[in-house]
Design a protein around this ligand. Structure first.
Ligand code: ZN
Length: 446
């Protein structure tokens, strides 16, 4: 398939803007890039997808999300409103996740996947919890991901908060699913579903559990996906348990490393940042969630300056990563009272380059760029620039002018999932109706 008549923003090493550009897709990968006139002459027999002047960009990546969070939208929390982060966990999230059954897991994932396709998010790293329905929960999500046709890495959040039995079941679910995915992947590349080992957070994990999960993960050859120092409560708990701060505690057990994702890192000190850098641990920043939970502002500029790979996630907010980028761009300027902080180019670095680094842990072929040999995860976006658009200034066009609602076409691994805003793999009306029905039932249980 040949995408023609498009303004390409390539990202990747070349980081070019190609006006009147074209992309040749062969199988799951990008096979050629260039000017429309040149490529149409070179490949006269190819099926044409005329972009009609739209922007072509790599599909967006969300490096941390919770599909099950979809069912919290509009849900009333009984009693007094939570006053702090531990209360938000106890009154909202831990009540909601305990009420999740099989259909809830399926439909909350499907509505997120629709939202992702609609807003051009083509790769997601999910963090799942459903203490009442653990075994097989990851298969249900994997099935939904495969139906949608997007790329996702899945894991189950192991925690000690529900007793030993649930801890054991959570460990087994990760182990079972990772083995299954390894078997299915069989070393081939370009698959849609990946797996890693999920952990909730230091504050709900005992020393015994940490020791155990590291043993299992090492044997499987995987890293972890864990919330780190999201709130000061995590630091207080860690200091009480171990006399160590969260990152030191996790490092002592061997949780960190180049395959591990440390989510949030809002309350890490300089020494902890050095550990994150030295271990090659990836960090994921979720500005909308941090603002909503009032947990604080992560020192993202400081972590980027240290050379830590900081990516962007949505932590269960909408799957419109353009909104997450806009928020990241604004938050740090306000927080530091300095308009020079967090340039649009740095936001692009997090969303595309750094998130692609994170995705590469699970999906070995290049992502987050339009380049020959990269996976053909491409979005076409309606955007008519009103000022010159160049390789030097496109990040500011994206921050100030482009939004996920402008996404018209979404392609993953060469397969068109949405064309002219019409979903081709999922029945949106039916899924949303069922989602409302199941969410309504779940709210009654909560
Ligand atoms: Zn999270």
């Amino acid at each position: 398939m040949l995408i023609t008549n498009s303004t390409l923003i390539t990202f990747g090493k070349k980081n070019q803007v190609i006006h009147d550009g074209a992309i040749l897709i062969t199988g799951k990968h990008i096979a050629d890039l260039g000017q429309t006139a040149e490529l149409t002459a070179k490949y006269p027999a190819e099926e044409i997808l005329d972009a009609q002047g739209k922007l072509a960009m790599p599909g967006l990546i969300c490096a941390h999300t919770h599909f099950y969070g979809a069912f919290a939208r509009g849900m009333a929390i009984p009693g007094e409103a939570p006053q702090n982060f531990p209360e938000i966990l106890e009154k909202l999230w831990w009540r909601l996740d305990k009420a999740l059954f099989w259909q809830d897991i399926r439909y909350s994932a499907l509505v997120c996947l629709i939202d992702a396709i609609r807003h051009g998010t083509t790769t997601l790293v999910d963090h799942h919890a459903s203490p009442t329905a653990i075994e097989g929960s990851l298969d249900i999500i994997a099935e939904a991901v495969a139906e949608a046709g997007v790329r996702a890495c899945l894991c189950y959040e192991v925690t000690d908060r529900d007793g030993e039995e649930k801890t054991r079941e959570g460990i087994e679910e990760n182990e079972r699913f990772i083995k299954k995915m390894k078997g299915e992947l069989g070393g081939t590349q370009g698959n849609l579903v990946g797996a890693t080992f999920g952990l909730h957070a230091s504050l709900t994990l005992s020393d015994e559990t940490l020791e155990k999960v590291v043993g299992v993960a090492n044997e499987l050859g995987v890293g972890f996906h864990i919330h780190v120092a999201e709130d000061m409560a995590d630091q207080r708990d860690s200091l009480k348990k171990s006399d160590l701060r969260v990152v030191e505690r996790l490092n002592r057990f061997g949780v960190l490393g180049p395959q591990t994702i440390a989510v949030h890192c809002v309350h890490v000190d300089a020494y902890e940042m050095d550990i994150l850098r030295e271990t090659g641990t990836h960090v994921v920043h979720n500005p909308r969630s941090n603002m909503n939970n009032a947990v604080g502002v992560a020192d993202v500029p400081g972590m980027l300056r240290r050379g830590i790979d900081v990516g962007l996630g949505n932590d269960g907010f909408s799957n419109n990563m353009f909104t997450e980028m806009h928020t990241a761009y604004l938050l740090h300027k306000l927080s530091k009272s300095d308009p020079r902080v967090m340039g649009a180019d740095q936001v692009m670095q997090m969303e595309f380059q750094n998130n692609a680094q994170i995705a590469s842990v699970f999906f070995p072929d290049p992502l987050g760029q339009l380049s020959v040999g990269a996976l053909a995860d491409i979005v076409l976006v309606d955007y008519v620039p009103t000022t010159p658009l160049t390789a030097g200034n496109f990040p500011w066009h994206i921050i100030f002018g482009v939004d996920g609602t402008g996404v018209d076409t979404t392609i993953v691994g060469g397969r068109v999932l949405m064309r002219n805003r019409e979903l081709l793999t999922l029945d949106e009306e039916e899924i949303c109706a069922k989602s409302r029905e199941w969410a309504g039932k779940l709210w009654k249980r909560v």
